[in-house]
Design a protein around this ligand. Structure first.
Ligand SMILES: Cc1ncc(COP(=O)(O)O)c(C=O)c1O
Length: 390
């Protein structure tokens, strides 16, 4: 298992702390982008006495968590206000409404869908279940670690195979490594942190071949950044009865990272198993659910967010390439690229300028992962980056 950090571990170990402790070369006051908006990294006014984040710098560009910088849609805001009137009621039919919208789009039945407060809940439930009694979870380095670390904690062995030289999951290598002790295959598509995608025909063929032997978990957290027509339609494989679990989230294009909404698409029997480890639907508040329904229907807002993301991503990719940096082509709302200095030094100096990013060390090579923010934030990022790398 790699030594990558979970999101929570990372927050503790990252430049947020070093910057907060004043170890960095730059301070926000020295930053040279005039009138840049102060974007609260963590709102210090709510910090409690021992809060490790209490001294964090305010961020001018919050680009470390792959959030939607444009916020939630006006329609979702309106739904939240309306939902206050029914906040005294448990949600019932509202789940049905959202599930039937999703089911129609994905060509599955509402019984194939389980809602959750973010897709993390689905990942954790799967980790708990598939780790039970040991066995191996097969995946690739480098990918999103939350499910893997949790499963390892609860007794699973993680076998993470090298990616292809294009930073993609090596499906042939995974297929060749399936042994009787493999209990789950975990694939992130598009992948975090590389931003890469697996061609849909390859992924489909892989699931058809592998899922009769081992369940295949496809984490589709960033799927909404594909143009709708290009999206892999893996729901049809669930409809055909295959043993595949799709995990989706509203945290990205819908901007619900704080509101918390996600869902799984899988066989009803599998959902029943996963439900034993989570409260599923009923962990979602009626407020979030009503906002989710409004946002799901708001295609215009989703198209707007996707287009703005693509614009800011193209700008940053080109600006980095112009400086001689080799950016891994990204299909998501973040970009990964190799850097030429130590990760901790880089993080500290970026956070010191009020620019939140993440880093990775992979095969001895340091990388920067920067989320795609607004154009203004990306200009701040590039300005700060140039200062750090000279
Ligand atoms: C690949 C991947 N899966 C799952 C998640 C969890 O998202 P959430 O719990 O906000 O739905 C994330 C969050 O960044 C992610 O990058």
């Amino acid at each position: 298992m790699s030594s990558q950090l979970t999101r929570r571990d990372w927050l503790r170990a990252s430049g947020l702390l070093t910057a907060g402790l004043g170890l960095s070369r730059f301070t926000p006051a020295k930053a040279s982008v005039p009138n840049a908006p102060l974007i609260s990294g963590f709102t210090n006014e709510f910090a409690f006495a021992d809060d490790p984040f209490a001294n964090m710098p305010k961020l001018r560009a919050r680009l470390f968590a792959n959030e939607n910088p444009l916020g939630i849609s006006a329609s979702a805001k309106e739904a939240i206000i309306k939902a206050t009137e029914i906040g005294n009621r448990y949600a019932w039919m509202e789940f049905g409404q959202l599930k039937s919208l999703i089911a129609t789009d994905d060509g599955v039945k509402p019984a194939n869908i389980m809602m959750a407060p973010g897709s993390s809940d689905i990942l954790m439930a799967a980790a708990d279940h598939f780790a039970k009694g040991g066995g191996t979870i097969l995946t690739s380095t480098m990918t999103y670690d939350d499910l893997l670390q949790r499963a390892e904690k609860f007794g699973a062995k993680i076998k993470a195979l090298p990616m292809t030289k294009e930073y993609k999951f090596d499906l042939n290598a995974i297929k060749a490594s399936i042994t009787p002790d493999v209990k789950l295959v975990y694939i992130v598509n598009p992948n975090n942190p590389t931003g890469t995608i697996i061609p849909t025909p390859e992924l489909e063929a892989f699931i058809r071949e592998v899922s009769p032997k081992v369940p295949v978990f496809i984490d589709e957290a960033y799927i909404d950044f594909y143009e709708p027509a290009d999206r892999p339609k893996l729901g049809k494989l669930v409809a055909e009865g295959m043993n595949v679990i799709l995990a989706r989230t509203f945290s990205k294009i819908h901007g619900f990272a704080g509101l918390r909404l996600g869902y799984a698409i899988a066989q009803p029997d599998m959902l029943k198993i996963l439900h034993a480890y989570t409260n599923g639907d009923f962990a979602v508040s009626i407020t979030t659910l009503m906002a989710g329904i409004a946002s799901y229907k708001d295609i215009e807002w989703q198209n707007h967010c996707r287009a703005e993301n693509a614009k800011a991503r193209a700008y940053t990719t080109k600006a980095l390439a112009d400086l001689g940096y080799e950016v891994i082509p990204s299909a998501t709302n973040f970009i990964l690229f190799p850097i030429r200095m130590k990760t901790k030094t880089f993080e500290g100096q970026m956070f010191g300028q009020g620019i939140g990013i993440q880093t990775r060390d992979f095969n001895g090579q340091p990388y920067c992962r920067v989320s795609v923010g607004t154009m203004d934030e990306m200009a701040i990022f590039m300005d700060g980056f140039k200062k750090v790398v000279g």
